[in-house]
Write a protein that binds this ligand. Sequence first.
Ligand code: GLV
Ligand code: MN
Ligand code: MN
Length: 417
Amino acid sequence: MTDLHIDGKRLWQSLMELAQIGATPKGGVRRLTLSDEDRRARDLFCQWARAAGLAVEIDGIGNLFARRAGTDPSLPPVAMGSHLDSQPSGGKFDGAYGVMAGLEALRTLDDAGVRTRAPMEVVSWTNEEGSRFTPVLMGSGVFSGAFTLDHVRAQKDLEGISVGDALSKIGYAGTARPHKLGAYFEAHIEQGPVLENEGKTIGVVQGALGQRWYDVTVSGQDAHAGPTPMELRQDALIGASRMVLEVNRIARGFPDTARGTVGFLQVRPNSRNVIPGEVRTTVDFRNARVSTLDAMCEELKRAAKTIETDCRVTIELRENVYFKPCEFDPALVAQVRAAAAALGHSHCDIVSGAGHDAVSIARIAPAAMVFVPCEGGISHNEIENATPADLAAGCDVLLHAALQAAGVVAGASRAAA
Ligand code: GLV
Ligand code: MN
Ligand code: MN
């Protein structure tokens, strides 16, 4: 069936049209989860899915499922997908590519008249990014049972708006119940430099780093910047600054692909002549081994105690995300590798540093991922870029790996006899 190819031009055009929604001046997108931009992207996806003859369902956390029937309705669907939400200053491809690639794969099957035994589905998961509402991987986490719907609906953003209210406001609180998946494949840009450096078109993703995230509150005391002697201060920003440096030191000092990031800082009262009395910040730790990841967190807790004493502040660490390192399904990973080889694309094995909905779904169904290079390895940035040729190659690999899992009905194909 390797003569069956997706339409790379149609895939690119769909991505560019979608990228108009929430477009930013530097060529990226700002499509925060459950925002009006997210609603418009969902509307467009549903419109395209229905135009392609797919049956669309929405579940309680707003995940969208667009299904193409198979010849055996008793089989669980083979799903492909990713997310339509973005970082506040995100790119055009993170997430959007996996959803549009899934849609393009199903459009291609229709064009070629290919029938599959299992139904096939394109999924758009709610709030993969976790930048407006935590936890990250929210929709796929609810679907896979990692979080309850009630728990995530109660989460609030910085303005005090809850997930439940935001979902109702955009009209995407549905009623579909979780269903079984036969397999799940996710195509994504790599978001790092490996494929570009290695000169490979396809990353055969073995698994993903584990993650532990914290919300951190450093509390001191507001005081006047002039009269208060340096040694009497309880400066929360000094405490928070030392935490930032500790996170960096820990990640540099631990093995097993350790990563440590502080990406959020909110200073109160944030006035130039007031010693800051409170800082809210975050920690994002990642590692390939669960024992090393846990050791990083223990080291952070020790460092926080020292900072509390040194800076006369208190530090509260609240963990809100804990994903263990994930290994994808060996049989599905082999299907991705075989599809890349059969289609003649250069490829290599790779581990994902980013979290993905496939990590959630791997808890309940066989899952695998296909990576394609992105320019300079840059992502979570408006300048994120990828070539039409690489995106088309990844979509072809996605289609063929997923077809292998769904099973092609012999003699039902115009293009692939
Ligand atoms: C998801 O974007 C992540 O932070 O890995
Ligand atoms: Mn993503
Ligand atoms: Mn992302």
